[in-house]
Design a protein around this ligand. Sequence first.
Ligand SMILES: Cc1ncc(COP(=O)(O)O)c(C=O)c1O
Length: 367
Amino acid sequence: MLPFFPLDMFAPHREEILRLVREAGTSNRFILKDNCARLEEELRRRTGAGDVIACASGTGALQLALKALGIGPGMEVIVQAFCCQPVASAVVNLGATPVFVDVDPRTMVMSPACVEERITERTRAILPAHLFSCMVDMPAIREIARRHDLLVVEDAAVQQGASLHGVPAGRWGHVGAFSFFQIKVLGAIGEGGAVLTDDPDLARACRMLRNHGQDGVTRFRHHLLGYNCRMDEIIAGWLLYRLPALEGELQRRARIGEYYNERFAALGEQLVTPPRGREGRCYYIYSLQTERRDEFRAYLESKGIGSHVYYPLPLPRQPAFAAFASPRDRLPNAERASRRNVAIPAYPTLRDSEVEYIADTVVKFFR
Ligand SMILES: Cc1ncc(COP(=O)(O)O)c(C=O)c1O
């Protein structure tokens, strides 16, 4: 069986995992200590961000960013309708209103063309989220934000290492967010996230918000109404240990994605592949679209290949967000993406023979 994600992906690192647990467990240095500081510095160096704030998850990073920007009741934030739920829940949890816009039919990420018509006098921010292997068209989003004086919160949870016009993912907005959830390109042995920003005031606010609003100097002095959104030292140490391998693994992911694209090109419209190329791309997940999704998945399963459907419903059709659905929502591409998307294994530890077997199996089904 080739699972969609390998269950033993961290097994080769057993000794390092035990070392990290032993070190943290016996040093009385559990959260927000040297490893966190070193990780923040390393991410700053790699991305060129003015500041990086390590935190407990990608969802937490979005929450800290939106709260630090002052998002709250009476304000609207534009989010894409086809996405993971944190982009909407982070907005709703602050008492603000998510406004859902459609996605690009091929890349399945926020379509800038759909944003402007949903801007009102209450709109405060745009929250574009890169998905699968594609970044949102950030120059277009930034231009819309500039014209309407809006904030941009860039959800780069899944696109660490991608760049567009030389600007890394996570660096296009006023604030950017990364996730280190296990299966992400830089996956942790647990949860983790980071906020990126060039604005020192925002950085200071995020740093306080992640630790109950304290300033890191005077304990039990709470300047802001914050959260427990701290990163722990085992996770930070693990991420530091894994960072040097990231570039090589991203290259391997890209080569697998490119190989799939070449093999599937001849199958025509019945199987929509991600676009070619590496600009604005990071092959985190290789996601296809087909009308024959269920049949296709069953076939893959019968051949020992796992697959995954991300986001089977547009967000405003989820019960949790139904109250924010609007008669003005026009979301045909989000509906289609929800109905048709299916991701196949593309992780860097797949052997060439396994990648070929997966591609052969896909081609056989559609031929
Ligand atoms: C696009 C996107 N944004 C945000 C998140 C939230 O990250 P986390 O799981 O670390 O909270 C995810 C995670 O699945 C994601 O895919």
